[in-house]
Design a protein around this ligand. Structure first.
Ligand code: ADP
Ligand code: MG
Length: 564
């Protein structure tokens, strides 16, 4: 039309669209779930913003989603009377990908991985999933309170057009012009079934046309609307009424994941504080888990079933940023703001209660002997993040430390599998410390000359190669009464693990070598603090040792790299 303007997609969008269409085809019906979740999010947002600004409702507060099918024109339309978008918002939200690191993520995929729906799904398929089944998508939208609407049209090729439209009803409709061969989605039964399976627990009614009898149809009667889904928020229902499938579908809907969750915990807390939490642990870490600009929190806050905010960093500590789900409080005020949440006692209690539930959930996976793979998956995906908790959450330090798994000199398996409890159980006779070594790589750690004496004495040493390890070990001094000791720091004290005879020998050696030590000291001068005779080494002639309280060589290197 006359005022239509052409725009190019951001390069990443085009690339992602192509990948999506090719890799997701066998899961093509995900588009229904994605578009319905977007509609539901838009209704949540409207309800929240409407608390402050009643005029946004424009007198229409019966919030709903509807789906219409048109066989003749081969279209499916998903509509909502949610918050809608302004022109700028359309460009920003549908023409670009807001997530940082997208390019890096896409570039990091190899040819084969690009065909792997799971990897693409990990990114969150979202709105663009519409193009799996449609060769043209039309979005009509008007934000509440605005006088004009916008129409966005694209065939998923690389461009989209925008034009101003008249749109009396607030909200958004997304119309899919189905590709040839996708007619099945114009069948009422097919979509009803999809809504029932995937979107039963969306908190808003989802309406579809009534199915008329042949007689009514012949008489030319027009079909009315009927609600297809249950329409009650899942977390508010009693556990006994919910199946694993219910939980999994709700998860995929609310938490933007394409795979089933690894596990979850659902609790109704009563008493002085009333709240419900439904918290999930995903199967896979998001690609931006360690990206400081990435999405950092996955728990949504509701108050009395009303959505309040996403991404509320006060609901979960940073080290549990991979946890997703919902917390619904009965006691917080509905008009709660981010500022108010900053220092809110009620919220602090909800948070510490929820953290305990999550730790309990991880503990039960760790104990589950029937399904050890689950905890292994957890450790591989999230073990490194969990470690941050040792520093961040002092109150739960021991509980968290118990859940960590390590690689050690006595465990050759590819995945870290040794717990501190196991380590302590198999300590050598007379050993009273937990020994560890930090390094950049596993190979470097394994071949360190510092380990020689430990090998000889058959003492197990934790091999720490995560970036956070130095920082974590600086904060964790003991576990269950056993001190941690770096094999690369200070004087080596093997405690009781050393016999009297060995100690004698060491003393004698020190006396005999005092001349040599003096000469080496002179030669090295200011470059070292001290030169010592050691029994650390069995094969190498010499090694560098950090001062007991100083930085280790490894940390020194990390800081240097970081330009400090
Ligand atoms: P996500 O839902 O994870 O943010 P999507 O790709 O599904 O990603 O959607 C992108 C954005 O487009 C949404 O965040 C939202 O701002 C906007 N959007 C999509 N659908 C709607 C809708 N029906 N109403 C209002 N905004 C929408
Ligand atoms: Mg979405």
């Amino acid at each position: 039309s006359a005022n239509a303007e052409k725009h190019g997609f951001q390069a990443e969008v085009k690339q992602l669209l192509q990948l999506m269409i090719h890799s997701m085809y066998s899961n093509k019906e995900v588009f229904a779930r994605e578009l319905i979740s977007n509609a539901s999010d838009a209704l949540d947002t409207l309800r929240f913003e409407g608390l402050k600004d009643d005029s946004l409702f424009e007198g229409d507060s019966e919030l709903q989603i509807w789906i219409e099918q048109d066989k003749d024109n081969r279209t499916v339309t998903i509509g909502d009377n949610g918050v809608g978008m302004t022109r700028d918002q359309v460009m920003e939200r549908i023409g670009t990908i807001a997530k940082s690191g997208t390019r890096a993520f896409l570039d990091s995929l190899s040819g084969d991985e690009k065909k792997d729906a799971k990897l693409i799904g990990q990114f969150g398929v979202g709105f663009y999933s519409a193009f799996i089944v449609a060769d043209q998508v039309v979005v009509d939208t008007r934000r509440g309170g605005e006088s004009t609407g916008v129409r966005w049209i694209s065939d998923g090729g690389g461009e989209y057009t925008l034009e101003e439209i008249d749109k009396p009803q607030r909200g958004t409709t997304v119309t899919l012009h189905l590709r040839e061969g996708e007619e099945e989605f114009t069948e009422p039964h097919r979509l009803r079934h999809l809504v029932k399976t995937y979107s039963d627990h969306i908190a808003f009614p989802i309406k579809m046309r009534e199915q008329l009898s042949e007689e009514d149809e012949n008489e030319g009667k027009e079909a009315g609307w009927e609600q297809v889904n249950r329409g009650a928020p899942l977390w508010a229902e009693p556990k006994s009424k919910l199946s694993d499938e219910d939980y999994a579908e709700f998860y995929k809907h609310t938490c933007n994941d394409f795979e089933d969750p690894l596990t979850w915990t659902h609790n109704k807390v009563e008493g002085s504080q009333e709240y419900t939490n439904l918290l999930y642990i995903p199967k896979r870490a998001p690609f931006d888990l360690f990206d400081p600009n990435g999405k950092q929190h996955g728990v949504k806050l509701y108050v009395q079933r009303v959505f309040i905010m996403d991404d509320a960093e006060k609901l979960m500590p940073r080290y549990l940023r991979f946890v997703k789900g919902v917390i619904d409080s009965n006691d917080l005020p509905l008009n709660v703001s981010r500022e108010l949440l900053q220092n809110n006692r009620l919220l602090d209690k909800i948070r510490s209660g929820s953290v305990k539930k999550v730790l309990g959930l991880i503990e039960s996976m760790a104990k589950d002997e029937d399904d050890p793979e689950k905890f292994k998956t957890f450790s591989n995906e999230f073990g490194t993040v969990l470690k941050e908790g040792v520093v961040e959450d002092y109150e739960n330090q021991t509980r968290i430390a118990k859940l960590l798994r390590f690689k050690t000199t006595q465990d050759e398996s590819a995945d870290p599998g040794v717990s501190l409890d196991t380590y302590i159980e198999r300590m050598a006779e007379g050993q009273d410390k937990i020994y560890y070594i930090t390094a950049d790589t596993l190979a470097e750690a394994k071949h360190s000359p510092h380990l020689e004496i430990f090998k000889k004495k058959n003492i197990e040493v934790l091999l720490l190669t995560d970036r956070v390890d130095e920082w974590v070990m600086a904060h964790m001094t003991e576990y269950e009464g056993k001190e941690f000791s770096s094999v690369a720091k200070g004087a080596l004290d093997l405690g009781e693990a050393e016999t009297e005879e060995e100690k004698e020998q060491q003393k004698k050696l020190e006396e005999e070598s005092s001349n040599l030590v003096e000469r080496i000291k002179e030669a090295l001068g200011e470059r070292v603090n001290e030169v010592r005779v050691t029994h650390r080494l069995t094969d190498s002639p010499a090694c560098l040792v950090a001062d007991e309280h100083g930085m280790s060589a490894h940390l020194e290197r990390i800081l240097k790299e970081a330009g400090q």
